[in-house]
Every structure is written in structure tokens, then in C-alpha cells.
Design a protein around this ligand. Sequence first.
Ligand SMILES: [Zn+2]
Length: 373
Amino acid sequence: MKKIKIIAITTLLSLSGALSFVSQNLLAQPSKTVRVLYIIPSDAERADRASLVTKAVEHNQKKWADYGATFVAESIAVINSDKTSNWFLTNNDGFHGQNKQWYWLGNAWNTAKSWYSDAENFDSNHKYIIFLEVDHASANSGAAAAANFGAAVMPKGIIDSIEKGNYSAVGSIGHELGHTFGIPHEDCDNQSNPKGLMCNGGNYPNVKLTAFHYKHLFSDKNEDFFYEKPINSFTLKENSVLKGNITRTIQNTGLEECAKLCLIDDNCGSIVHFDSTCEFKGGQLENVWNISGYTSAVIKKPASESFIIGEDKVLTGVIWKTTQGLNFQQCASSCLANSDCNSFVHFNTTCEFKYGDLESAWDIQGYTSAVKR
Ligand SMILES: [Zn+2]
């Protein structure tokens, strides 16, 4: 089983001078991880879908990374249980009392806890995504999947749908994972596409992370699950001041904290910071005054909004620039910052600038190609 840890940066990013516009913060390995389990009861119909669900997790991981929240998923743990499907549905899980309709969830979680000796309820160091090869329809819980105790439990019905290529089933993994980070449902009536991760309904892959989600993801207890810090979601320009109206001023604040406060505020898209003053402002980095000592920063557009993306595809053109040690979003940002770059190919932590179009691309697993919109 391929480990789906997507970035491991051990060397300094070698960004050329042309990319000085792009934030060059080193991304530190997160200390907290997402654990993925595939639980197979003794009488399961299927036991061969660990690879399928791994890909589905990876799909969500890329989507989150596109919005500046890259978590590390541990290698999937495949558990051949000696318990039957019926046991998962009917054994009192010790959590739900007479609410038998939820025993499948509690029993899946108890199985995960006995697999990982350091696991605990609402584990502060790990989140869990548990794929359970149990048809739970007869339990009548009314939920296709659910999260509790810091674990997202995805039963057989979801795995079946993923296998059929149903995107809303793939997206339900990220939605339930969102619950494990404490994110509630959101009001989606007035949202345009892409819609928020915590909307009900099958919008995936047209989903996004916003201030509503960042508040929870980058909270003190959760921020160590991610490679990025809030500042990494911004394009920085030193010695410059955005032209635009100040909408909020916060004193006694460093640049990092200023960026975080902006990221979790629905009405903030860019900031100016100097000394210990943080200003929320409108404006674009193309439109600044040069004033030394001031730093301007604008929230990056996610790659998916700037590029047409082809997964498992490789552009056929010539590579004219290769940079190692970049995740997909960083590769996209560096292409956006380079006016000669129209398209790129990304795999593992390699970023290649290439020409080409997606129509004539080769199909190769694990590679992602992107062409500017
Ligand atoms: Zn939900």
C-alpha cells in the first residue's frame, strides 16, 4: 500500500529570484496526523477496497491542500476483524445505551482504539477515518456516514458509492473529517459554487474552505495537523502598502497573528502590517505604494480557481523548469507568479513547468497537470 503522505520537505525550497513575490516560508512537518483504517468483518462481502478508499482520502486531501490546509494521512491500516457484520450492528458499544442505531459507529471506533494503543476518545493528536465493510442500512440511523469521538466512520454503502465513481460519496469523507475538527454545518442557501465543505448535499468536488472552516482548522488545538500556517495562505510583498480602505485595525499584533485573524474573518481578503499594527484592507498586490517597513499580503487564490486541473494526467510538452520540494498549491502559486508559465505538471513534491493542453495529455497515475484558465 502506497503511503499517501504527499509532501516531505527536507531541503530548502530553491525558488528562483523570479519568484520572490511568492511567500517562501518553509513548511514544517505537522506533529499531528490523520489515521485511516479499513475494517473488514469476518463475513464481509468485500475485503479488497483498501486501495480504493485510500485514493478517495487522497482526493479530499488534495482538495483541502488546494485551500491551504494540508494534513498528513498515515498509511492505511487494514484490520481483518474476527467479529461478524452483525456484531458491529448489534453489540452494545458502551457509548450509545439503548440507541442501537449507532452501535456500528461505536463498534468501529472501539476497533480502531484497540488497534492503536495510544488512541483515545477525541484524541488530541490524531483524527481517524474509518472505512467499515458493514452494510448498516438495517440499523436505521438515518446517516450514510457519521463522525463522533474524533472519528469519521464511512460504512459499506459509502464505499460502494465511491467505487461507482459517485463524487458526493468521495466528498462525504472530507465533510465527516471536518466534523472531527469540530466544524459544524454551515448556512449554504446564499453560497455560490464552489460551496462550503460543511454544506449538506453533494457539491463535491465543487467545495471550498473559507473563514468559517479555518476558524476550526487553525485553532490552537488543531493547527498542528497542517503543514501550512495561516500566513502560508497569503502572497506577501515586503516594503509595500496596498491602496485601499482600512476596514479594521488591530494593535499589538505580529504579522503571523495578523494573517491568522484575517484568514478566519469572512470579510478580510488582504492585510497591511507594520511595526505591531495589523490593518485589514482591500486592494491587489499589483496596486501598491512602496514604503519601507510595511508588508502587504493578499490571500492566495486556490489553484482550482485559477487552473483547469487534470488528475492522473501528464502534459506532453517539454519541461523548461523543475523545482523540487513543492506541494501542489505551492507549484500552482509559483506558476501564477511567473508570466511565462501557462501550465505545469506536479507529482510527489516535484513541480515542472511545461507547455501543453489537457486534451493531448498522457494518462499516468499520481501525476496532476494544470493549465491556466
Ligand atoms: Zn455533517
